[in-house]
Design a binder for this molecule. Structure first.
Ligand SMILES: *Cc1c(COP(=O)(O)O)cnc(C)c1O
Length: 357
């Protein structure tokens, strides 16, 4: 039986990435060495990093004047580095989920934090709109896709102050207008690579905007100046990321990816809306994520939650249990998720409806 990987992260990767990474683990770039044992300063490894950066820039259409970094520490380390590097006096944050909230919390160590809006009171089931961003903020931080709650900001917004986005779970799912942001970052383990590498896209002009002294490793400029090799970078995860970037290019790039993601998500949302047993947890249709689809049992069928989970698991669905703060189910439908897996989940829901409604 096929296992369908709906896990939120680490999560499904293209078969291409897994196969090509396996080859590189055996023999990297004809060196006769594993990609796990080559020097990061070897010419083959430097060339591999250059190729990854170049493809990153090509696929996202990153304009001149931005750097791409591959760092350790996860998106969670970026939460503090952002404030360390850019918060002089005051920063603005949009609180749309646990990750957004964690980012905001770190900023409190460095200055004044303004929460422009929050949907916390409603278990983050919508994206707040119509808030005001203080014009004197050093930056405005958003989380474009709220992995736990299944809400997503799907358009690049205009901000009166420099805009920074955590795109951990929706990077490469759609074309992005990079010029609207001074920084975009994320852990790669949702939609790009295995865990262990954090990507950072940063506008060079923005690098020296803070007055304080910053320890070397915490300073973006260190990593930009050293071309992301100040210390030993996560070589194997970057190699895997490169394979995913090649796969994305082969698939026709991000506009094509967006189209596929919209089609895939529609199949599952349509079934959730149609099936009398289930309902989507997100309040507004326009806020529904294309990457993490959250749903629960209708109240009338609440006691069937465990049964459905067991039934779906028996049919090969893996990782569909919702986050403990929301309950119910979460199907993560990242780029690498094939349509057939979504159809298999929909078939499960229909079969379960026949047996129980
Ligand atoms: C998973 C996730 C994080 C945390 O990433 P780490 O790499 O584990 O630190 C942060 N933000 C979002 C939106 C996420 O989905």
């Amino acid at each position: 039986m096929k296992t369908h990987n709906f896990s939120a992260g680490p999560s499904i990767l293209p078969q291409f990435t897994i196969e090509e990474t396996t080859k590189g683990i055996q023999n990297f770039a004809g060196t006769g060495l594993s990609v796990m044992e080559v020097s990061h300063r070897s010419k083959e490894c430097v060339a591999m990093f250059d190729e990854a950066k170049a493809l990153f820039k090509e696929l996202l259409n990153i304009p001149e004047g931005y750097s791409v970094l591959f760092l350790g520490g996860g998106a969670s380390t970026q939460f503090l580095m952002i404030a360390y590097n850019f918060l002089n006096k005051k920063a603005a944050y949009l609180n749309t989920g646990v990750w957004a909230n964690k980012a905001q919390k770190e900023a409190n160590f460095f200055g004044e934090v303004v929460e422009v809006a929050s949907s916390k009171e409603a278990t983050y089931n919508y994206i707040p709109k119509g808030y005001e961003i203080p014009a004197d903020a050093d930056y405005f931080h958003i989380t474009t896709n709220n992995t736990i709650y299944g809400t997503e900001i799907k358009e690049d917004m205009d901000s009166p102050v420099p805009l920074i986005a955590d795109m951990s779970s929706d990077i490469f799912s759609r074309p992005v207008d990079i010029s609207k942001y001074v920084m975009i970052y994320g852990g790669a383990q949702k939609n790009l690579a295995p865990s262990g590498v954090t990507f950072v896209i940063i506008k060079d002009e923005f690098l020296n905007s803070v007055q304080r002294e910053i320890p070397t490793m915490m300073k973006y400029k260190t990593h930009v100046d050293a071309d992301t090799m100040f210390n030993t970078p996560p070589v194997l995860p970057v190699f895997a990321a490169l394979q995913t970037l090649k796969w994305l290019k082969g698939k026709g790039g991000l506009a094509e990816m967006q189209k596929l993601n919209e089609e895939k998500a529609a199949v599952l949302y349509d079934e959730i809306d149609r099936n009398p047993l289930f309902k989507c947890t997100v309040k507004n249709v326009e806020d529904r994520s294309l990457m993490n689809i959250c749903f629960v049992m209708e109240e009338k069928y609440a006691e069937l939650e465990k049964d459905f989970l067991a039934f779906a698991t028996s049919k090969g669905m893996s990782g569909i249990k919702g986050h403990r703060s929301v309950g119910g189910f979460r199907a993560s439908t990242y780029n690498a998720m094939p349509k057939e897996s979504i159809q298999a989940l929909v078939d499960c829901m229909r079969e379960f409806e026949k047996a129980n409604a």
